[in-house]
Design a protein. Structure first.
Lengths: 209, 212
């Protein structure tokens, strides 16, 4: 896991011929894709919870969305840095992906607000699951909306005809992607284990009292 | 057929409660009118009609939120929801009844607010009106589910806007697009798509939110 990260960081500079700002691409895009993946995973677990009614999916869904939100925040930060470096501004409404991430970030922050203000129990699990499912429906709908909004907010659609990726760049990208996904997976397992330990501990304490 | 009869009965119940108590609709009406007056002072001179259309949408969304915040209050106060959940009807009928009742309130508030908007600011054409109605459907469908979730939480009134606003962003895009874009048809279609997707999702998931 660490090896993969180091490899990505060492391989990346070799083919960064677009200037130094291009390098953030190898971090930014994999993080963004991983965030999507985490949200998707959270929704799948939520669906399983509603379908099967097994409570362990609640925690898994929550942890996946938690990871997704962290990676989403990182995407916004790295995207903002990239925008500053290549377009000269910290924030631009013309980048569809950034706006989409902002909407999603707001949405998933509300997920935590919802979760922490409900009483613990099966009802909280189901409400959170329903909200998580709305999230994956919101992703394509918002994307479409933001594309449509370009129409009246920005008359000239922002096009960026970047050069084709060379084979080495693509390999680097794939390695970076794999590394970030692995990182997300490890974090997911660690947090899940921690949360389960927490729950077990609480049960034990209650049993002792 | 019994499903539709249940829905009709539930909607009638909400409308009757409103007619007797008058808790929601006058508040929505006053709020939307006051907001329009605030906008007159908030918009600098000569900022144009496009800005006014945008602000109309802010007014619509917040008026809807005001109505939705009240939507489940009668059920909560008198523990009616427990009775409804136990009643021998499909639970999604409760959601549909609430959605329709909220939609009626919102449309009634807009029946006054939109002419006032035309009087104060800019004319509205047919596509803009269609956009308003379609967005109303979407926001009531999603909102009455979210309001049921929020009503069960400790934060309640604070939580509802947080839950609904990110989900309402596509509706605002569609509604504003229908009002200002030359190609309004696409935005109407988009709103129809949104309504279909989220109405089905809310309809299917309501049961999970209200059962213990």
């Amino acid at each position: 896991m660490g090896l993969a990260l180091v490899l990505a960081l060492i391989v990346a500079p070799e083919d960064a011929d677009q200037g130094i700002s291009q390098r953030i691409f190898y971090i930014h895009v994999p993080i963004a894709l991983t965030a999507y993946f985490c949200f998707g995973l959270g929704a799948v677990k939520a669906l399983l919870l509603l379908w099967r009614g097994d409570e362990r999916y609640d925690l898994e869904s929550y942890v996946a969305i938690h990871q997704g939100t962290i990676f989403g925040a990182l995407t916004l930060i790295t995207g903002s840095i990239w925008a500053r470096a290549s377009w000269g501004v910290w924030w631009t409404w013309s980048s569809n992906q950034l706006v989409l991430f902002l909407v999603l970030f707001l949405f998933y922050c509300a997920y935590f607000m919802l979760r922490f203000s409900l009483e613990e129990g099966p009802r909280r699990a189901r409400s959170s699951a329903v909200y998580a499912l709305f999230g994956v429906a919101l992703i394509p709908v918002s994307f479409l909306a933001i594309r449509l909004a370009d129409d009246f907010i920005h008359p000239t659609v922002f096009t960026r005809d970047g050069p084709q990726m060379s084979a080495t760049m693509f390999t680097t990208f794939l390695v970076a992607w794999a590394a970030v996904t692995l990182l997300a997976y490890v974090l997911y397992r660690v947090e899940l284990a921690g949360k389960r330990l927490d729950a077990d501990l609480r049960e034990l304490r209650e049993a002792l009292q | 057929m019994t499903y539709l009869a249940d829905v009709a009965a539930l909607t009638r119940k909400d409308l009757r409660v409103e007619l007797r108590g008058r808790d929601t609709l006058p508040a929505m009406l006053l709020f939307v009118l006051a907001t329009l007056v605030v906008f007159h002072f908030a918009l600098p001179e000569g900022s144009g009609d496009t800005a006014a259309y945008g602000l109309l949408w802010v007014a619509i969304v917040f008026t809807a939120l005001l109505g939705l915040a009240r939507a489940w209050v009668p059920e909560q106060e008198h523990r009616v929801l427990d009775g409804l959940v136990l009643a021998p009807c499909d639970r999604s009928a409760i959601w549909l009844g609430k959605t329709l009742a909220t939609l009626v309130f919102l449309l009634a508030a807009q029946a006054v607010a939109l002419p006032v908007f035309v009087l104060f600011f800019e004319p509205l054409h047919a596509a803009a009106l269609a956009g308003v109605v379609l967005a109303d459907v979407g926001i009531c469908a999603v909102g009455s589910l979210m309001a049921a979730m929020a009503a069960a939480s400790r934060a309640r009134e604070v939580l509802l806007p947080l839950l609904v606003l990110p989900l309402a962003i596509p509706l605002i895009v569609g509604g504003v697009g229908a009002a200002v874009s030359a190609d309004a048809e696409r935005f109407i279609l988009f709103l129809l798509l949104y309504d279909a997707v989220f109405a089905v999702l809310s309809w299917a998931s309501f049961e999970y939110v209200v059962t213990e």
